[in-house]
Ligand binder design. Structure first.
Ligand SMILES: CC(C)(COP(=O)(O)OP(=O)(O)OC[C@H]1O[C@@H](n2cnc3c(N)ncnc32)[C@H](O)[C@@H]1OP(=O)(O)O)[C@@H](O)C(=O)NCCC(=O)NCCS
Length: 240
């Protein structure tokens, strides 16, 4: 087993965090090996993932906290402009605002960082604010698209590009409650699709939590196709 150290998450949380990706659901042997390696590397938290929906045994495991599954979606380039794509009232925002920071937290309603009670140091807020910030860095790591005004946004979306617009991923997306089901989220997606098209991207990806039934219906309604499901658990080591 190889647990990768995650420097970005470790700095954000103030303790060592790692990640391991298995190719099958965990067995007791896998978890024992994980525990040994996490201790050796003195990691406090390890994100564990494996393909497919979780079985009941993993959900009930006392060795780690099962924190939900992810549905990964993609839309291919040929479909970027397929529908009556329009993005009226959407613009690129260059500076974060307090209102955007607030809305960033709404985008993580089903997040494992919000749901796992073992997080006790405001990690959810820290992470979502840092994720938002990435869309404003000098390093072109991402782009923030806003519906309405940045000081009182109807909604926003971040496009994570990691300096390469050929493989964009939707990071955060939320629509203010007062504007939901009025097409705001779809216009934000349209804007992201137009940006991706002009940047020459082959596909646009997004991940959402399996518990976010509304979010999944929204992406599917907007032409995104399910590509894979992943289960995620948090392993908390006694070292801290
Ligand atoms: C998911 C979200 C972004 C959708 O934004 P929105 O502006 O309300 O979406 P739209 O009005 O463009 O919806 C377009 C279509 O998507 C589907 N849809 C949207 N929200 C839905 C929901 N909660 N339940 C079922 N279908 C939904 C519908 O088919 C809808 O068309 P209709 O209203 O004519 O039935 C918004 O509900 C939200 O901010 N949720 C909280 C944060 C979140 O879940 N973000 C995504 C995580 S990655």
């Amino acid at each position: 087993m190889l647990i990768d150290l995650l420097p970005w998450d470790s700095v954000a949380f103030g303790y060592p965090v790692g990640r391991v990706a298995w190719d099958h659901s965990p067995t007791s042997e896998t978890v024992t090996a994980l525990s040994v390696e996490a201790r050796r590397k003195r990691l406090r938290l390890v994100y564990c993932s494996w393909p497919g929906k979780p079985d009941e045994k993993s959900k009930a495991s006392k060795w780690f906290s099962y924190v939900g599954g992810h549905q990964c979606y993609a839309i291919r380039r040929r479909n970027f402009l397929s529908t009556k794509t329009e993005a009226k009232g959407i613009s690129i925002c260059l500076h974060p605002t307090a209102a955007l920071r607030q809305l960033a937290l709404a985008s993580g309603r089903f997040s494992r960082f919000a749901l796992d009670p073992n997080f006790q140091c405001n990690e959810f807020r820290t992470l979502y604010h840092r994720w938002l910030q990435r869309a404003f860095g000098k390093g072109r790591e991402g782009i923030c698209c806003v519906a309405g005004s940045a000081n009182d946004p109807d909604g926003f979306l971040t496009l994570e590009t990691a300096n390469d617009m050929r493989h964009p991923v939707i990071g955060l997306l939320a629509v203010h409650e007062r504007c939901r089901r009025t097409g705001t989220g779809s216009r934000l997606l349209d804007f992201a699709r137009i940006l991706s098209f002009h940047a020459g991207a082959a596909e646009l990806m997004v991940k959402t939590q399996l518990d976010n039934k509304g979010g999944m219906a929204f992406y599917e309604r907007n032409g995104f196709v399910p590509v894979s499901v992943q289960s995620v658990a948090h392993f908390w080591s006694e070292f801290s």
